[in-house]
Ligand binder design. Structure first.
Ligand SMILES: Cc1ncc(COP(=O)(O)O)c(C=O)c1O
Length: 364
């Protein structure tokens, strides 16, 4: 549970009996893509009640694939959020896309739909954003804004496995949606990810692109299959997949603990120096973000009390690789940059620890 007696911000989730399952895959001799990857993909399709789930080896691969499927080209303009992992924006940068950073919402840290309304234009080729901390962006309102432009939407749901919006799972709003199964996510496969496509034609193209442009279900002489579109090696292997199958089994319980812990914070953090964000109750709460008076002081205070606390992601437009797109006028982003921190909220925390964290914060 604890490293150096400290309450961790993240923890890798283990599942009972996993070593035996992994050994079985090894012994089968089929350790790359195969039976278990197909099974995991089927189970994910079932979880999302959506057959357009495409399993890959990371969320970064899924994002790369989504941008490719949309057909983004050099100098295309894409509206993005600065507050996310660089993985949302780097694959765009690699294409040579012009990134237009949109401000964030001061209540959530999500892309600001008000600023997006001002920045969207006939030049916009796509919109890509994260559901920050697992707190869903208002996709219904977003759809109203984008309707007349018919622009592809890419939801980075790396923080949001199991989050819903008006009882509908994130991943089922007919956009491109990306999930991560990296080490410290709700579901881990070591490394791994998934892309949910808006329809079956795109999903089938994605499945080919993830394996060099080849159809893995090709019936007939496989050496006669032509490659019509150059692809990638983005598949998930059987070892990661068998871990994923086990992880998925108790995801509902895991999510309910994250939500219960967050509800406790929302009800009992009462320090006037702390501003709580507006979380939708349907969020998956990968992290719990707070706005504090003095970020450095607060982090150091919690660390002294053996509680991990961190920024988690740095605003992307401050990295040198994105410098030419930097926008100094993103008022809310500028504020979050100075004041936002994240505290532990996940399944590994005991009731006692959640109470202890709350008490420590209220005494700050
Ligand atoms: C918002 C977001 N997008 C994408 C990624 C990249 O995920 P992966 O490591 O699976 O490529 C992360 C990883 O932390 C993330 O937080």
């Amino acid at each position: 549970m604890k490293l150096n007696n400290k309450i961790q911000l993240f923890k890798v989730r283990n599942t009972p009996g996993i070593s035996k399952k992994i050994e079985k895959v090894f012994r089968s001799g089929e350790i790359t893509e195969g039976k278990y990857s197909r099974d995991f993909e089927d189970k994910l399709c079932n979880y999302f009640q959506n057959n357009n789930c495409v399993l890959v080896n990371s969320a970064t691969s899924a994002l790369t694939l989504a941008y490719r499927l949309i057909g983004l080209k050099k100098n295309d303009e894409v509206l993005v959020t600065p507050l996310t992992c660089m993985a949302t924006n780097q694959p765009l940068n690699n294409i040579g896309v012009k990134l237009k950073f949109v401000d964030i919402d001061k209540n959530t840290g999500n892309i600001s739909l008000n600023d997006l309304k001002k920045k969207i234009s006939a030049k916009t080729r796509a919109i890509s954003f994260v559901h920050w901390a697992g707190n869903p962006v208002d996709l219904i309102e977003l759809k109203k804004i984008t309707k007349k432009y018919k622009i592809p939407i890419i939801e980075d749901a790396a923080h949001s496995f199991g989050a819903t919006l008006r009882n509908k799972k994130i991943g089922t709003f007919n956009n491109f949606t990306i999930f991560s199964f990296q080490a410290i996510k709700h579901i881990t496969t070591g490394d791994g990810g998934m892309l949910i496509c808006p329809n079956s034609i795109i999903a089938n193209r994605a499945r080919k692109l993830r394996w060099f442009g080849l159809n893995r279900n090709f019936k007939g002489n496989k050496w006669k299959q032509d490659i019509k579109e150059s692809g990638y090696k983005f598949h998930m292997n059987n070892i990661s997949s068998v871990i994923g199958i086990e992880q998925l089994k108790n995801i509902d319980k895991i999510l309910s603990i994250h939500r219960k812990n967050a509800t406790y914070y929302n009800n009992f953090i009462s320090n006037k120096k702390i501003q709580l964000l507006k979380f939708n109750k349907e969020a998956s709460y990968w992290i719990f973000s707070l706005l504090v008076d003095n970020k450095k002081k607060f982090i150091s205070y919690l660390n002294k009390k053996n509680i991990s606390c961190d920024e988690v992601h740095i605003r992307n437009d401050k990295y040198s690789v994105f410098k030419k797109f930097y926008n100094p006028n993103l008022k809310n982003m500028n504020y979050f940059e100075k004041h936002m921190v994240n505290i532990p909220v996940g399944w590994w925390l005991t009731k006692k620890e959640i109470k202890q964290i709350t008490k420590v914060i209220n005494k700050y």
